[in-house]
Design a protein around this ligand. Structure first.
Ligand code: B3K
Ligand code: ZN
Length: 853
């Protein structure tokens, strides 16, 4: 077999032909679904090159140019047509089989409905086409299918025609007036319940809103449609952007590889980000729906109206749209809590990616399988890069930059450089050095040292930066880092609050008129995606927890406090000394529980003690066995020290109906159960009386750290209650996957045979196998390799069924550099066994070979 080849950004060439219009005539008939694609094609410039179209697994029937049968060759996923015409009409007829398509790319079936997923390169599985984002065409789509089984036939744009046909068939015709790349095409055909609403734009246009859900789920679609209206309004107010079509449709499907997809006017969503009611969805689920509905809606401008020139520019739309959805969530909810969640994703997942074999800049330079680059780097670090520009420019100039960007590029396919140029031109802020954030991979390491001179009342902060080598990239240059600081005096007064322009390898910042030695809150609000090293004392951290102006900084201080004590315990263990937790630390957490000024959501964040995976990210190499013992010890010590306060909080908030209070109560309950088994009855009671999923799950999560008869009984009760509700069952599978105890893997093996489990359902695969590998750190990394074997076997099965999902859940197995040599050897062995299988997908090939090289 020939090995998959990489494509390079530096090799980009503009298309040799443009397709201005595409008429699709699609007849949906199971394994013999027929696609007739008629394209209006123009040769670009003077050249004699043949037309080369992309295609995958297409059963080609005929090719005509200007109505006449044409010669062609099919070779290596391309259809090659030699023609001398300058402009011509090309008609291609082909047959596809959506029923056997388990990859969930192109045209496939989800639970009896036809649907499509074309980003990044799925359109080429529907018909031969110039499947690249810089080819923008106007689409007219006619769909024909059986009327009883598929009463709804949907595509992008506006409905222009429909009618009944012979033999129980009917048809619908759609026209999308906005030119779009093929990745934004969508088609859905099925029988659904429909929730309708309307949004009046600020220029007084009525937009019809429709949410399509599986039969019987209508009552669960209200939050999604409310979130859509909120998003539409927010984008008008904050970004001055209005919706452009007369209709906006969302279809929720069970089988979906990601969260959702922003197809023009016809979003396809994973049910997880649409369906919710109080009994079956948690507060986090509600929040997730609001943010994903927002994200896909915001793509209408950042992604659809202005799209990417090529897939290396993915962050142009994804980083920017994540930034926009984060701002939306922060404007309509708690800014601090949203920021904390974003920071956790960066420190937990993105830092790991940046120091692993798949490290890449937010604008990657080479790609084997594009689906592997929908990453936390492109999305979340991409959003941090946009956020830094926002910090450097300020809101007004940033918005001026956005306006200029749309002015210049509406209707075009552009690059990240085009975006930065618009920001620079509108603001007159020099972003020359800043552009390195797009090309350099790896997390810059910033070291801070301070000195205070009481004879001159001056405080000096010295910052140095260094970005480590990453695969294929060495000798990195210093980056432009906006470094936000606050200096606080001993009484808690704020002396300085400013963003430093840190641009050199080492730079001194001197502050005069500082009357006594201050405590510095550094890199506030995570003002740049860097790792900070600074030697804080316990007193300083406690001071920040009390007095820092920023709530995020208070949380950061608590994370440092907890982490420091863990590493101290690890050190003690390694040196044969007894572990010990400083009583000031316990008092600090007690102070949080007793605080009258902190809001409950923030308290919950502070008391959610740093996860193992996040701790691992703080070190170069980890002694996992000591870390497991130390973390458990520290958590137990804090819980015991705060027993009375935890119990009081749980009681006080027992029947609250605020989401923030629920978050705090359930965090406290989990800690309380670490103190004494006799508290299990509180979880049992909560489970018995809960009228919402947050509390139901809170009780189960609190019981999930030990094997007890209470846990077994409640898990069984939960299963019988929710067995018919797929999204609720996903939570049950995930509870099993995060059970951090002996016997976990044996249980998971059994669950693979559970009648509700299927390798072809991505939500199930993620909730059982994905969650285990990503979140059950100590069981996954068992020394007896049972965790690695479990994941490896599953990946080998998934390779054929759904390569995209397989390549996604393999992530924890390729990030092995920080572990001991014994574990590294076991993980490599697993990867080698994956590499050895027949017909390994491009997706897995790319990740496994990079990890092993
Ligand atoms: N743009 C899609 C992701 C497509 C992923 C393809 N493997 C969802 C989003 O980011 O909005
Ligand atoms: Zn997106």
């Amino acid at each position: 077999m020939t090995q998959p080849q990489a494509k390079y950004l530096k090799d980009y060439q503009a298309p040799l032909f443009q397709i201005t219009h595409l008429d699709l005539d699609i007849s949906l008939a199971g394994e013999n679904s027929v696609i007739q694609a008629t394209s209006s094609i123009e040769r670009v410039g003077e050249h004699q090159q043949p037309l080369k179209l992309d295609g995958e697994d297409i059963n080609l029937k005929s090719v005509k140019i200007n109505g006449v049968e044409s010669a062609y060759t099919e070779k290596n996923g391309q259809l090659i047509i030699d023609t001398e015409e300058q402009t011509f009409e090309l008609e291609i007829v082909s047959v596809v089989d959506p029923e056997s398509n388990t990859s969930l790319e192109g045209l496939y079936m989800s639970d009896g409905a036809y649907c499509t997923q074309c980003e990044a390169e799925g359109f080429r599985r529907i018909t031969y086409f110039l499947d690249r984002p810089d080819v923008l065409a106007i689409y007219t789509v006619r769909i024909e299918a059986n009327k009883t089984a598929f009463p709804f036939l949907l595509s992008n744009g506006n409905l222009v025609e429909s009618g009944d046909l012979e033999g129980g068939l009917h048809y619908v015709k759609w026209h999308d007036p906005f030119p779009k790349p093929a990745y934004l095409f969508a088609l859905v055909a099925g029988d659904f319940d429909l929730l309708e609403d309307e949004y009046i734009t600020r220029s007084d246009r009525a937009v019809k809103l429709q949410v399509f859900v599986d039969k019987g789920n209508l009552h669960k679609a209200h939050h999604a449609i409310a979130s859509l209206k909120k998003s539409m309004q927010w984008d008008e107010t904050r970004f001055n952007l209005e919706y452009d079509l007369d209709i906006y449709m969302i279809v929720a499907v069970d089988f979906f590889n990601m969260g959702a997809m922003e197809n023009k006017g016809l979003n396809v969503f994973n049910t997880k980000y649409v369906l919710a009611d109080k009994a079956s969805a948690t507060d986090d689920d509600y929040h997730g729906i609001e943010s994903v509905v927002g994200h896909e809606y915001f793509h209408n401008w950042t992604g659809n109206r202005v799209t990417c020139r090529d897939w290396f520019q993915l962050s142009l739309k994804e980083g920017l749209t994540v930034f926009r959805d984060q701002e939306f969530s922060s404007d309509v909810g708690s800014r601090a809590v949203n920021r904390i969640h974003a920071i956790k994703v960066m420190k937990n997942q993105q830092f790991a990616e940046d120091s692993g074999p798949m490290a890449h800049p937010i604008r990657p330079e080479s790609v084997i399988e594009m689906n592997n680059f929908y990453t936390v780097t492109v999305y979340n670090k991409g959003a941090e890069v946009i956020r830094m520009m926002h910090t450097l420019l300020g809101e007004d100039k940033f918005q001026a930059g956005m306006a200029l960007y749309f002015n210049r590029h509406d209707g075009q396919a552009v690059t990240c450089d085009d975006f930065v140029a618009a920001m620079e031109d509108a603001s007159q802020v020099d972003l020359g050095q800043f552009r390195l954030w797009y090309s350099q991979a790896g997390t810059p390491q910033v070291t801070a040292t301070e000195s205070y001179d009481d004879s001159t009342n001056s405080y000096c902060l010295t910052l140095s930066q260094e970005t480590p080598d990453t695969p294929g990239q060495t000798d990195k240059l210093p980056q432009h880092i906006p470094f936000d600081i606050e200096l606080i005096d001993s009484e808690g007064n704020s002396l300085v609050n400013q963003v430093l322009d840190f641009k050199q390898q080492t730079q001194n910042f001197v502050f005069e008129n500082i009357k006594s030695r201050p405590v510095a809150s550094l890199l506030q609000d995570f003002s740049a995606p860097v790792k900070l090293e600074f030697d804080y004392s316990i007193e300083q951290l406690l001071h920040l927890m009390r007095f820092a102006n920023s709530e995020v900084a208070k949380w950061e201080a608590s994370v440092s406090l907890f982490s420091q004590s863990i590493w101290q315990c690890v050190d003690n263990l390694q040196n044969g000394k007894a572990m010990h937790i400083d009583s000031r630390l316990v008092d600090g957490f007690k102070g949080v529980l007793l605080s009258e000024s902190l809001n409950e959501a923030l308290m919950a964040e502070i008391l959610t003690l740093t996860s193992a995976s996040s701790l691992i990210e703080q070190t170069e190499s980890v002694d996992l066995d000591s870390l497991a013992i130390a973390r458990q010890f520290a958590v137990n010590e804090i819980a015991q020290g705060c027993e009375d306060e935890l119990l009081a909080k749980v009681r006080q908030l027992q029947s609250t109906d605020s989401a923030d209070a629920r978050a705090l109560k359930n965090t406290c309950l989990s800690l309380l159960l670490k103190v004494d088994d006799s508290y299990r009855y509180i979880a049992e009671q909560q489970f018995g009386t809960a009228d919402n999923m947050t509390d139901t799950l809170g009780a189960l999560t609190a019981l999930n750290s030990d094997c007890s008869s209470e846990r077994t009984a409640l898990m069984t009760a939960y299963e019988s209650r929710w067995v018919e509700t797929p999204l609720a069952m996903d939570k049950w599978f995930s509870l099993h996957a995060t059970f951090a105890n002996e016997g976990c893997i044996e249980q998971l093996e059994k669950l693979l045979q559970h009648e509700g489990f299927s390798m072809s359902n991505p939500n199930r695969v993620r909730s059982l196998i994905g969650v285990f590998a990503a979140a059950n750190t100590f069981e996954f990394h068992r020394k007896d390799a049972k965790g690695y074997d479990f994941l490896t076997k599953a990946i080998i099965k998934l390779n054929k069924v759904n390569p995209q999902v397989a390549a996604r859940i393999i992530t924890p197995l390729i990030q092995f550099k920080k572990f001991d040599l014994e574990r590294q050897a076991l993980m490599r062995k697993s990867l080698e066994s994956i590499l050895a299988i027949d017909e390994l997908s491009k997706d897995l090939y790319e990740k496994v070979t990079k990890a092993l090289s």
